[in-house]
Ligand binder design. Structure first.
Ligand code: ZN
Length: 226
């Protein structure tokens, strides 16, 4: 899990830098070495719940440049909150845990907020925050997380609800997506450990699925991104 979360931070930084990957090896190592400093220890358990996030969100609300907005509610009345930071013209929208039993990216979001709040890596962080505005919606399915289940309270898989929009959580996601009209969207999931990097025995640490933009599955500029 440590690797996934680190790579996630690395991805944000590399996305903004124009240096060649080779030059970033030092940065990768520094991030790896200092990771424990940013790891959110309040979210150590595998089964994290909505109430575990609320104090953390309230704390981060006071971080420089952070705004927090309630954007909706789950069926059982749990608040869905959008945490935004950055002044860049490129908007990035990242939501986690639409499957209640997939907590890793929710944990990663709070690691990233700790990382952004710290005084370290200031050069890299100003690159990120001057180029991007990051919008995090952690734990889109808090009712599912409460009972460590994939579906929401009504048994709806929110990842299959994009067209019907039967769930309030799916409706919130659509409304926020439409209002941000973000340049990049990350639908963050856990992945079974059975997946390997292609033609190797190494387990996949992080995977990207970029859905095709048309039925012919052609590649356009957006789909060519990792
Ligand atoms: Zn999932």
């Amino acid at each position: 899990m440590k690797y996934l979360k680190l790579l996630f931070i690395g991805l944000l930084i590399y996305g903004c830098k124009e240096e060649k990957p080779q030059q970033n090896l030092g940065l990768t190592t520094s991030l790896y070495d200092t990771y424990e400093k940013y790891r959110e220890s309040e979210l150590d358990k595998r089964r994290i719940k909505h109430r575990d996030l609320q104090n953390l969100i309230s704390d981060h609300q006071n971080d420089p440049g952070v705004t927090v907005k309630k954007v909706g509610e789950s069926i059982e009345g749990r608040d869905l909150k959008l945490i935004s930071i950055g002044q860049g013209t490129t908007d990035v929208f990242l939501w986690s845990q639409m499957h209640g039993n997939e907590p890793t990216a929710t944990q990663a979001i709070f690691d990233i907020l700790n990382f952004l709040k710290s005084d370290d890596f200031s050069e890299e962080k100003s690159e990120i925050l001057n180029n991007l505005t990051l919008h995090f919606l952690p734990m889109l399915n808090p009712d599912g997380a409460e009972v460590f289940k994939r579906e929401n309270k009504l048994g709806i898989d929110i990842n299959r609800d994009a067209l019907r929009l039967q769930s309030p959580e799916g409706q919130t996601l659509k409304r926020v997506r439409d209002s941000l009209d973000a340049d990049f969207g990350f639908n963050l999931h856990d992945q079974s450990t059975y997946y390997n990097a292609e033609r190797t025995e190494k387990p996949a640490t992080i995977s990207y699925l970029a859905p095709a933009y048309n039925y012919e599955k052609e590649i356009n500029e957006g789909a060519a991104m990792p």
